[in-house]
Design a protein around this ligand. Structure first.
Ligand code: DHB
Ligand code: FE
Length: 284
């Protein structure tokens, strides 16, 4: 098993709609899609067998009746969710049950209380990053292990907990001895953010200075920046900026030192600061 790298990216639903509706060349969208092309090229070059995608469900698979803090998809496939406009016209996500069950076992025995999910629909939090990274293929070019983090219902987990979960994922990947373990390549994707607030008096809030500082610290000093309190995300990055804690899961899986390969930041897409970062472990 080898970790080829990690990507953090916003998962703005309007980006998925722009792709599905063929609007990528339109003046509003073209500059954004130009900026993500290097990430697509990087992904195509690394061509991982599996992507572990850390994302939040937006009350699509889980209603407010059940809100798991961390939920891992161990099933063989996950259908795109109907978020009110019909499911996105994207391929079914193929899972990797053997590796996913190993992750579940390793993480739970490592004292992370993961909810095991055999069946769930996956919403824009997961499918939009796949579209950002892979475009519009007939089938997704890799297996996907969905890892849901609750950032919708207070209290979400801390950045520190997410970072430690990422480190535990790395330990789990390193101990994988499944039938395909020898040659397996894995990428980890953290999604959500960046600064955005979708409702209330500050709807439309975008804070590029916060977003840039978040990325700098995510790369260089995650052990300090993971301590940022929820109130600071709320104040500086808006009510949905808290999605950024999920990027720490990706960061933790890459090891202590990373190389920054690419970064883009674009405003506007919907009402968000839309960022993306590509990282590689220095030991890869
Ligand atoms: C929007 C929704 C999201 O889940 C998100 O992370 C960013 C933007 C939106 O509805 O625009
Ligand atoms: Fe979101």
């Amino acid at each position: 098993m080898r970790i080829v790298g990690g990507v953090g990216t916003s998962h703005v639903p309007a980006v998925g709609a722009a792709i599905d509706l063929g609007r990528q060349e339109e003046p509003y969208w073209a500059p954004y899609f130009e900026k993500i092309q290097p990430a697509r090229d990087w992904m195509a070059g690394r061509d991982p067998d599996v992507c572990v995608v850390v994302y939040n469900d937006h009350a699509s698979a889980f209603s407010l009746q059940v809100v798991p803090t961390f939920a891992l998809g161990v099933g063989p496939r996950f259908e795109p969710a109907d978020e009110g406009y019909g499911p996105r016209p994207v391929p079914t996500v193929e899972g990797h049950p053997e590796l996913a069950w190993h992750l579940a076992e390793s993480l739970i025995l490592d004292e992370f209380d993961i909810t095991i999910v055999n069946e769930m629909a996956v919403d824009h939090g997961l499918t939009v990053p796949l579209s950002i990274l892979f475009g519009q293929p007939e089938a997704w070019p890799c297996k996907v292990i969905p890892l849901c983090v609750n950032v919708v219902q207070y209290p979400p987990p801390t950045g520190r907990r997410c970072h430690e979960l990422g480190r535990a994922i790395r330990r789990a990947l390193d101990s994988y001895a499944g039938t395909d373990a020898a040659d397996l390549t894995v990428a980890v994707v953290g999604t959500g953010g960046m600064s955005h607030q979708l409702q209330g008096e500050r709807a439309g809030l975008v804070n590029p200075d916060f977003d840039a500082a978040f990325l700098d610290a995510l790369v260089a000093d995650p052990d300090t920046s993971r301590m940022r309190p929820h109130s600071e995300y709320l104040r500086e990055a808006g009510s949905e900026g808290i999605e950024l804690v999920m990027w720490f899961v990706m960061r933790g899986a890459l090891g202590d030192e990373v190389r920054e390969v690419y970064r883009q930041y674009h405003v506007p897409t919907s009402n968000t600061g839309n960022g993306l970062i590509v990282l590689e472990p220095v030991d890869a």
